[in-house]
Design a protein around this ligand. Structure first.
Ligand code: MG
Length: 216
């Protein structure tokens, strides 16, 4: 069982949902269209790389990309959640990396196959420490960024999300059902790119979280 710590509370991780192409400029760089409803894929809990651990590169991919994302932890079960109640389901926030075997994903896309391997391999769900939800006053105004070896590669703000955090929570609650311990990777801004062995990667959530890892 994988667990996360939010303040004094330990939470067992349930499902890991991820939203694809949820910033317009990233959809453009991927040659994808912005959809009318959010596109989801999932990662198994074995994909998690907890705080402090290095980011592993799988031997079977020649091009692993970083995607920095705000990650939401769900604190209670819910179905058909109302928009005005959505934010009350959030227990905490982290900054995460949706690591992606881009070459494998491209092959799978071309063949019309699911992305599970490219997006869900062991080591693909990098997670920082979580901060309690109360520390974020407005989830529609969170800065996020990613540096590789001290150079800024990605910079964004959740105000530019196509489907905002509350909207995503409502959607998941309607279609899948929310479970305490669910994590949602909310999408990456533009600037995704490859990481290599030995790189130092720093992800930031505003001034609240700074998370630095080595790529091994
Ligand atoms: Mg992503």
């Amino acid at each position: 069982m994988r667990t996360i710590q939010i303040g004094q509370n330990e939470l067992a991780v349930s499902n890991i949902y991820c939203v694809a192409t949820n910033y317009v400029a990233h959809a453009v760089e991927m040659g994808a269209k912005v959809a009318e409803s959010p596109i989801f894929f999932m990662k198994p809990t074995t994909a998690i790389v907890p705080p402090g651990q290095p980011i592993p590169l799988p031997a079977w991919s020649q091009s692993v990309h970083h995607e920095v994302e705000v990650v939401v932890a769900i604190g209670k079960d819910g179905v058909d959640v109302r928009r005005e109640d959505a934010l009350s389901y959030i227990a905490g926030y982290a900054i995460g990396l949706d690591m992606t075997a881009r070459d494998i994903q491209a092959e799978l896309k071309k063949a019309g196959r699911p992305w599970a391997l490219a997006k869900g391999y062991r080591g693909s769900a990098v997670l920082s420490e979580f901060i309690p939800a109360s520390l974020i006053t407005d989830p529609a105004d969170i800065d996020l960024s990613l540096e590789v070896n001290g150079q800024v590669r990605q910079q964004g703000n959740t105000r530019h999300l196509v489907f905002g955090i509350a909207e995503i929570i409502v959607y998941v609650s309607q279609r899948f059902g929310l479970q305490a311990g669910d994590l949602i990777y909310t999408g990456t801004p533009e600037g995704v790119g490859q990481v290599l062995h030995g790189d130092s990667v720093t992800a930031k959530l505003g001034s609240l979280i700074t998370d630095t890892r080595q790529v091994v």
